[in-house]
Design a binder for this molecule. Structure first.
Ligand SMILES: CC(=O)SCCNC(=O)CCNC(=O)[C@H](O)C(C)(C)COP(=O)(O)OP(=O)(O)OC[C@H]1O[C@@H](n2cnc3c(N)ncnc32)[C@H](O)[C@@H]1OP(=O)(O)O
Ligand SMILES: CC(C)C(=O)C(=O)O
Ligand SMILES: [Mg+2]
Length: 514
């Protein structure tokens, strides 16, 4: 029989312990409703004794969210438990989650209690909680640094007192998969009562092993896993729900467990939580990071375009995304570029593709990500071009508010390399004068305009110039992330057209005017 593992979400309790996060009752309710859509088995809605706000949030969620068990946290004392019971009393399925630390460090320095006192407080707490509700969870805080003998005693007695769920937290993220697996196995072997309750784990991520430790516990019999959306939580956070769930689903061949979760709600839930908590998800975060289903390198893009499973172990649709993302940049190859051209509706010849691809690579060296607008601009610039009689090989400018702008350019004109320099009213003016000299063309700048083609600080600038020569107007266009370069390219393009025209050719573009 396939074992069922329950997902206990503590985003609203441990997740809210993330430094800088404070959710109001409406925000908590919205997250709880989304967690119910995700079909988590338990929502830990808060710590009712902590504040009136948290009490109200737990009460509101208990009264309004149906489906999952609604849990409230309480220390091992009557005041906390009574308050939690009051907040939870109208829940469809309420659970009081009471806890006390069991490690020597915590007992001695924090609680200032002997093990015997802790044992007694735990048993009394569970009995008190049981007087309110059938479902009672008991946690031995810092279990992974506790004496195993003592843990066995604590769990045996709290189960006899009525606990229905025994939670084994790795409170400070100290354990390792092997050690934790061994602890779960040992406890199950040595505490016969564990057979009749749910065995839960609650792992923190201080050494980056929260998910791995939780999975090791599942393999060894844990039937409930506590986790948070986006891995939020105290210090380095808790095991991330999305990672745990997708590991259990994707590697069902190994874990062989069933879950209630509707994985298609994962992405949306992550978004809701990051928006309401203000804690953004790092781009390379597993499952829900912006790059989790993005492919940036040519070899991978080619693979994924041929067959997605070459580089995707789960589908973006399975977590609620509509598709993967092919990110065009300097590491992309021809396959991905050609595919994007097709998607944008271009039908280009081999030669046109070659030229556009060359320009794309050139631009990608300067710009992190090439957007669709960039590609459209590249195609417009490259493909509609007449033969390059003048090629801009190099330019250098210097300018400043106290200096005379100077520019040096090197161009290749019909096979000959010419270098010239000029001064001007600014770097663009100086470059234009140097280009005119180098090309030996007398013309007049009629119009100059610049606009941003794409978004962001590294956006492409598009410069369009109109020049007049012998009574005719020629238009030139230039693109670059550097506006001086875009200006130089535009002017070179226009000069090229004047030369092409004076050689007796009919300009290919329609933008030439009499
Ligand atoms: C591992 C975890 O994540 S546990 C959950 C942690 N979350 C929180 O602490 C968030 C909410 N907490 C709060 O709002 C407050 O800390 C409260 C309301 C719980 C308590 O506030 P205060 O009464 O001002 O106490 P304070 O937080 O300074 O100290 C904790 C007290 O609880 C005691 N305590 C801690 N854990 C437990 C426990 N599980 N059972 C019983 N007593 C406990 C401490 O020994 C200390 O007792 P003392 O006041 O007699 O010295
Ligand atoms: C309250 C308990 C379960 C906890 O958050 C922890 O030990 O980390
Ligand atoms: Mg915790």
């Amino acid at each position: 029989m396939v074992m069922k593992v329950e997902i206990f979400d503590t985003t609203l309790r441990d997740g809210e312990q993330t430094p800088g996060v404070a959710l109001n009752v409406y925000e908590k309710l919205e997250i709880a409703r989304q967690l119910a859509k995700l079909k988590v088995d338990v929502i830990e809605a808060g710590f009712p004794i902590a504040s009136n706000g948290d009490f109200n949030a737990v009460k509101t969620i208990a009264e309004n969210v149906k489906g999952p068990v609604i849990a409230g946290l309480a220390r091992a004392n009557f005041k906390d438990i009574d308050k939690a019971a009051e907040a939870l009393k109208n829940a469809e399925s309420p659970r009081i989650h009471t806890f006390i630390a069991s490690s020597p460090i915590h007992m001695q320095y924090k609680l200032k209690m002997s093990p015997e006192q802790v044992l007694e407080a735990a048993v009394e707490a569970v009995k008190r909680a049981k007087s309110y509700f059938e479902d009672v969870e008991f946690s031995a805080e810092d279990a992974t640094r506790s004496d195993v003998e003592f843990l066995c005693k604590l769990f045996s007695q709290t189960i006899r007192a009525g606990a229905t769920v025994i939670n084994i937290p790795d409170t400070v993220g100290y354990t390792t998969p092997e050690e934790f697996a061994n602890l779960i196995r040992t406890l199950r072997e040595r505490v016969p009562e564990m057979d009749r309750v749910k065995i839960s784990v609650h792992c923190h991520n201080d050494l980056g092993m929260a998910v791995a430790n939780s999975l090791a516990a599942v393999v060894n019999g844990a039937t409930q896993v506590e986790c948070t959306i986006n891995g939020l939580g105290e210090r380095a956070g808790n095991a991330a729900l999305e990672e745990l769930v997708m590991a259990l689903v994707t590697r069902k061949d190994i874990y062989k467990v069933d879950l209630n979760i509707d994985t298609k709600q994962i992405y949306r839930t992550s978004k809701v939580v990051s928006t309401l908590t203000g804690i953004y998800v790092q781009p390379n975060k597993a499952i829900v990071g912006a790059n989790a289903f993005a492919h940036a390198s040519g070899i991978h893009q080619h693979g994924v375009l041929s067959e997605k499973s070459t580089y995707e172990i789960m589908t973006p649709e399975s977590i609620g995304l509509t598709s993967n993302r092919i990110v065009l940049g300097k590491l992309s190859g021809r396959h991905a570029f050609v595919q994007r051209l097709k998607e944008l509706g271009y039908e280009l010849s081999e030669d046109e593709i070659n030229r556009a691809f060359e320009r794309f690579k050139d631009l990608a060296d300067k710009k992190k990500e090439i957007t669709d607008s960039d590609i459209e601009a590249i195609v417009e610039e490259q493909v509609t071009k007449i033969p390059q009689l003048i090629e801009l090989e190099y330019f250098q400018t210097s300018s400043g508010n106290q200096a005379i702008a100077t520019s040096t350019v090197r161009v290749k004109i019909q096979g000959n390399t010419v270098e010239e320099a000029a001064t001007g009213n600014g770097p663009v003016d100086a470059t234009y004068k140097a280009l005119e000299r180098a090309c030996n063309i007398n013309c007049r700048l009629v119009d100059y305009s610049i606009k941003s083609v794409s978004a962001g600080k590294d956006a492409i600038g598009e410069v369009v110039v109109r020049i007049e020569k012998d009574g005719r107007i020629f238009t030139g266009r230039g693109l670059s992330t550097d506006i001086i370069e875009a200006s130089a390219r535009a002017y070179t393009d226009a000069l090229n057209k004047t030369l092409y025209n004076s050689n007796g050719n009919k300009p290919a573009e329609t933008n030439e005017e009499e």
